[in-house]
Ligand binder design. Sequence first.
Ligand SMILES: *[C@@H]1O[C@H](CO)[C@@H](O)[C@H](O)[C@H]1NC(C)=O
Length: 245
Amino acid sequence: MKSAVCVVLLLVFSITHAQKGGQEDPCKTKARVVSDETYCDRYWECVNSQPELYDCPNGLVFAGKNRGVTDGCDYPWRANYCDGKQQANPPIGAEHCDWLYGIFGHETSCTRYWTCWNGTATEQLCIGGLLYNERTHSCDWPENVEGCQKHPLCNDDANGNVPLGKSCNRYWQCQGGYPRLQRCPAMLVFDRRSLRCVVPPTEDCDVPTTPQPLEDEDQQQNLPENIPNLPPGAIPIPHKNRPRN
Ligand SMILES: *[C@@H]1O[C@H](CO)[C@@H](O)[C@H](O)[C@H]1NC(C)=O
């Protein structure tokens, strides 16, 4: 008799288990929200004590309650949300947007990219010698950006110097088409005619009133995250995940 009960219980459990496919019940969790076990762009929420299935906004995947960029959903490339899962929904394209939500490369420029929110595209610009890296969805140094190795700044002379705005002190030094931010030695100024650091005054620059402190710039030059004014929409890449090539 005892073993018969056991068999019945096991049978009931197997049927429930098979029907639900092992899906966690959101009503049995504290957060009341759980990811779908098959599709990374779907999640279950407990509504009126019943589990209900929801889709993330097109292009986003479930990240967890109060996480991600909207509705608990996030850009798929920001974490391993979709490992071992599929996406249920196909892309809905809009002008400049492969999906309604996401960050996408520019059609004609290496320094620009698009951020898409519900199908509305906003053009963004990478500044400070950076280019849009399609792999990391952020602005990055040219040598990390496949297909866009050279920066337009260095088009005229792949190994020349380029003035930086109105700066008397800083300039771009192109090295094989890659721009590097440089600072003239103390007491010298950048001359935009000869494209060299010279003894002031020049046409645009007077003698500096205070000597510029020499910072540890050699270490900083290669690190986009140390550029103080990263462009809007640029998403910092965690250091440990940053590809090096
Ligand atoms: C997205 O856009 C559509 C139409 O363009 C609109 O009906 C919908 O309310 C928008 N959704 C959000 C979340 O803004």
